[in-house]
Design a protein around this ligand. Structure first.
Ligand SMILES: *Cc1c(COP(=O)(O)O)cnc(C)c1O
Length: 373
């Protein structure tokens, strides 16, 4: 019997992720399998943790790529750091903030939400007032809101949250590897990202980091969290606790995914974390200039635009879906708008390997052809 093999088309992945992994990352994924407790693999795990700490700009020991996508990492944060009845304050600037709200509720928190219209960000004063009104035990925000293309400033809010005794949690799924994420300088207690956006590995891992205050909460819980798979105490018996070299089986680590992630981190550190931020910034500037020449503009106010996620306003008289289909026929993926922005915007990701002159040029060329401008 002849069954079709996997033979995917070549795509320029300029949507909200996955981005195109560097060939070295895909090659790493095809390296020989070893056991997940093999001494060689334990070394790979340690090196992965070290490189992930420097990407997160943190000394947090508890820094790992969680099995499961970015969402699994975020859910691990919520389920481990919230006990039933805890008070959580969630900032919502778009769709991904709504998901944090839902996760906090399901973890048993009493949730209060500060919400602003799509495209805007939350001002520190607004958050300060909400924190003062009723001090929460956890404050959570999305750093790079992929539905609106907005960057939420975090440093001031994180400081206020901590001063009020709350844990500061962020979703940096889209930002990590593309713009500054300063876990220690900003005083973030827990953060979750993904493997497939600006880090440039395949989807499947949720890189997370937990600081000392977060781990204190984990250890002082009255009861174990309502999840076994995402229980941090169990997970770190496998990933290693402090200086201890003891490793206990919890679940089988996705060995090949971690190889790929390790290679993606190696590429990031060869380039330099700050040089990578700068490359994303340049690609965004080039893109904004290019779309202006096509008579297009961005939805997100210029003061808080993300470089790696560009939300284009669809011009009057242009239909959303046919344009995206025509781009895809040319091998270029862009994404539709989200929620209230659906049908009115396209979302263009310039992440990881795609934040270069050449890739941005190809994308602009495609847009020009398809729009006939
Ligand atoms: C992509 C994304 C997620 C979800 O990550 P997955 O890896 O798809 O689970 C969460 N938050 C934000 C802000 C995202 O952009």
């Amino acid at each position: 019997m002849q069954l079709p093999s996997i033979d995917p088309p070549d795509r320029l992945l300029t949507g909200p992720g996955p981005s195109n992994p560097d060939p070295r990352v895909l090659e790493a994924m095809a390296k020989p399998m070893v056991g997940h407790l093999d001494p060689y693999f334990l070394e790979v795990m340690d090196r992965t943790m070290t490189m992930l700490r420097s990407l997160y700009r943190t000394n947090n020991h508890h820094t790992i790529p969680m099995s499961g996508t970015g969402t699994a990492g975020l859910e691990a944060i919520m389920l481990n750091l919230i006990e039933p009845g805890d008070h959580a304050l969630i900032g919502v600037i778009g769709y991904f903030g709504q998901r944090l709200q839902e996760m906090a509720m399901r973890a048993g928190a009493t949730v209060r939400v500060i919400e602003v219209p799509f495209g805007e960000v939350i001002q520190p004063d607004t958050m300060a007032a909400a924190i003062a009104e009723q001090p929460p035990s956890l404050v959570a925000l999305v750093h790079a809101e992929t539905s609106t293309g907005a960057e939420q400033p975090l440093a001031d809010i994180a400081r206020m949250a901590r001063e009020a005794g709350a844990l500061m949690v962020i979703d940096c799924v889209t930002s990590l590897g593309g713009i500054a994420v300063e876990i220690d300088v900003w005083g973030i207690d827990a953060a979750g990202s993904c493997s497939q956006k600006c880090i440039g590995a395949p989807p499947g891992l949720g890189p997370v980091t937990f600081g000392p205050r977060a781990m204190e909460k984990v250890r002082s819980r009255a009861a174990a969290p309502p999840t076994w798979y995402l229980d941090l105490n169990l997970l770190f018996q496998y990933w290693g606790e402090g200086e201890s070299k003891a490793r206990a089986f919890h679940h089988t680590a996705p060995v090949s995914s971690i190889y790929a992630f390790h290679e993606a981190l190696r590429l990031i550190h060869e380039e330099g974390v700050e040089a990578r931020w700068e490359r994303h910034r340049r690609a965004h500037a080039q893109f904004v200039e290019g779309i202006a020449e096509l008579g297009l503009s961005l939805f997100t106010p210029v003061e808080h635009r993300l470089p790696m996620l560009n939300v284009i306003e669809i011009p009057d008289g242009v239909d959303d879906a046919p344009v995206r289909a025509a781009l895809l026929a040319r091998g270029i993926e862009v994404a539709p708008g989200f929620g209230p922005l659906s049908g009115k915007t396209w979302r263009v990701g310039l992440m990881g390997t795609n934040a270069t002159d050449e890739r941005v040029g190809r994308l602009l060329e495609g847009l020009k052809e398809v729009l006939g401008r």
